[in-house]
Design a binder for this molecule. Structure first.
Ligand SMILES: Cc1cc2nc3c(=O)[nH]c(=O)nc-3n(C[C@H](O)[C@H](O)[C@H](O)COP(=O)(O)OP(=O)(O)OC[C@H]3O[C@@H](n4cnc5c(N)ncnc54)[C@H](O)[C@@H]3O)c2cc1C
Length: 526
């Protein structure tokens, strides 16, 4: 079994499959190992990893209505983005999975996914008491008072429609170490003789018949699977690898001079993300230092009172996150914090394509932020900025605020808030959907509900690229569950094959014995 990408999902697949000593697993990872590297392992260091050597760091193409300057972090290290991220860990609401089923993902209902959630190996806990910052505590109190939403001690205890509280986070509070996919799924099993992990090996071409071409420094080699290939390189790099391999929309590939292996028109389509904007305040006093990862609490709102899941989410940033506001000329406070309204189920959809046939050239990411025809995404950000101001006016949070820096109190109309919100918007770093799962009869789907790549035998995909639609919450847990599901599907198929082989052998033996018996009875020799 060859797995490409030792990231969030890839670590799960490799760990679960290699638990069976009869299955040989080769895990190909483009980045280095995280073992013993405190820069990666200390959760609170995540900001320091952005645009570092551990980040593929993808630019985006100019956006007609969004922020063309933002960059998409994608981790280049064992554990993937779970080694890079803030480890906020939410089980999505039941309706998110119902939407997936409606989109053709038979077998992916909430009821079918919950057992996978229950067996996740990562250590998920609400932010520990020792890490609870008074600013975040006062934020939670103010959200409850201003908007009447419930306070959740554990967001994952039951499905919720709205609410505020400290986030569930995958970490070990005593040490501050992240419970990434690598830490939880790979570190305990590094000595398995049937698990080979090749770090710093970057895959750039796949032909299931001849193998997968990988680069390790200046050395190029080919690795051939005796079983399946499982692609887990993430929502940017899985479609990139497929397109480089000639698996994608034939007309685009031909234009770039890439030989077409399979015309799979959905590869790179359906590029989704959670965009977020920012309201930034200067603090009236220094913010105490305790925190799990500087964005420990949040707020979910439903604007439609009849809905049973949120349609607006906010992270509280306990630090001044000024990447985009500084570029627009806003002050950078010494002590500052912010709320980031984001769109749980955005309606704008983009596309990933290749710029050239050269594997080293970064792909073109066109998210088409805020281009949905009804203006739903834009209105969500405007509503979010207004709601954040309501929270900011409410004690005990209000007295932490010296002034609103961005968008600034002068900006009040929908048009002004939209223009600011879109110019300053960022990403929650959740690209997804570029190899969408759907029914086998769905032309635009890239994988079927068993995660099999259409038109190319022996290849499955298991990572954030298979999302048919964006979950309403931060997606890492969903990706981990995809890894668990992929391992189940592959194990079931291997077990089925072994069973069939065994049955075949038993039948042959039985036929042999019957023939011998017949010969003995008749005394015939051949
Ligand atoms: C800064 C940041 C913060 C985030 N915070 C959160 C959060 O708090 N909660 C949450 O739910 N989500 C969060 N996310 C999103 C979440 O982490 C991702 O959606 C999820 O981890 C993606 O998992 P994946 O398996 O699809 O891809 P990844 O985890 O990115 O794994 C892909 C792996 O493949 C490797 N790879 C790529 N290309 C190749 C190649 N050609 N050959 C070999 N190997 C390759 C990569 O090095 C990587 O290890 C965050 C993301 C970022 C970047």
């Amino acid at each position: 079994m060859v797995i490409v990408g030792g990231g969030t999902a890839g670590s799960v697949v490799a760990s679960r499959l290699s638990a069976d000593p009869d299955v040989r697993v080769c895990l190909i990872e483009g980045g280095p190992s995280d073992v013993g590297d405190q820069r990666i392992l200390q959760l609170r260091n995540w900001l320091g990893l952005l645009e570092s050597d551990f980040d593929y760091d993808y630019p985006i193409v100019p956006q007609p209505r969004g922020n063309s300057y933002l960059r998409h972090a994608r981790a280049r290290v064992l554990g993937g983005c779970s080694s890079h991220n803030t480890m906020i860990s939410f089980l999505p609401p039941p309706d998110d999975f119902a939407d997936w089923v409606n989109a053709g993902a038979t077998g992916w209902s909430y009821e079918e996914m919950v057992p996978l959630w229950k067996r996740l190996a990562i250590n998920i806990t609400p932010v520990a008491e020792r890490d609870r910052n008074p600013l975040a505590e006062d934020f939670v109190t103010a959200c409850h008072a201003a908007l009447g939403v419930p306070v959740h001690e554990d967001f994952n205890a039951a499905p919720f429609a709205d609410g505020t509280g400290f986030f569930p986070v995958g970490y070990y509070p005593e040490t501050g170490v992240r419970s990434s996919a690598s830490v939880a799924y790979l570190h305990p099993h590094l000595d398995r003789p049937n698990l080979t992990i090749l770090t710093e090996h970057w895959a750039f071409h796949l032909d299931p018949d001849t193998g997968i071409s990988v680069k390790n420094g200046q050395t190029v080699k080919k690795i051939k699977a005796t079983g399946e290939y499982v692609l887990c390189a993430g929502a940017v790099d899985t479609p990139r690898l497929l397109l480089l391999s000639g698996i994608g929309p034939a007309k685009d590939l031909e234009k770039l001079g890439i030989k077409v292996q399979a015309d799979v028109k959905g590869v790179g389509e359906n590029l989704l993300d959670h965009p977020e904007s920012l309201i930034l305040w200067e603090a009236s006093r220094p913010i105490p230092p305790m925190s799990a990862m500087d964005s420990d609490a949040g707020l979910f709102v439903r604007r439609d009172p009849a809905a049973d899941r949120p349609d607006l989410m906010f992270h509280l940033y306990q630090i001044p996150f000024t990447f985009n506001t500084e570029r627009l000329g806003y002050d950078v406070p010494e002590h500052g914090f912010g709320m980031t309204p984001n769109i749980p189920r955005p309606r704008s959809v983009g596309r990933l394509t290749l710029a050239t046939a050269d594997p080293e050239t970064k792909p073109l990411l066109d998210f088409r932020y805020f281009t949905d025809p009804d203006g739903y995404d834009e209105q969500t950000i405007v509503d979010g900025l207004r709601l954040a101001r309501e929270v900011a006016a409410t004690e005990p949070f209000a007295s932490w605020i010296a002034r609103e820096i961005a968008p600034g109190p002068a900006l009040r109309t929908d048009q002004e808030l939209s223009a600011y919100g879109r110019a300053a918007h960022h990403t929650v770093y959740h690209p997804a959907g570029t190899c969408r799962m759907g029914a086998s009869t769905d032309d635009g789907a890239v994988v079927d509900p068993e995660l099999r790549l259409k038109g190319v035998p022996n290849v499955r995909i298991a990572d954030a690229s298979i999302f048919p639609l964006m979950p309403s919450v931060n997606p890492m847990v969903t990706v981990l569950m995809i890894g668990e599901r992929a391992a189940d599907l592959i194990s079931a198929e291997l077990a089925g094959r072994r069973e069939a082989e065994l049955a075949g052998r038993r039948e042959a033996e039985l036929a042999g014995r019957t023939e011998t018996g017949r010969r003995e009875t008749t005394g015939r020799q051949e």
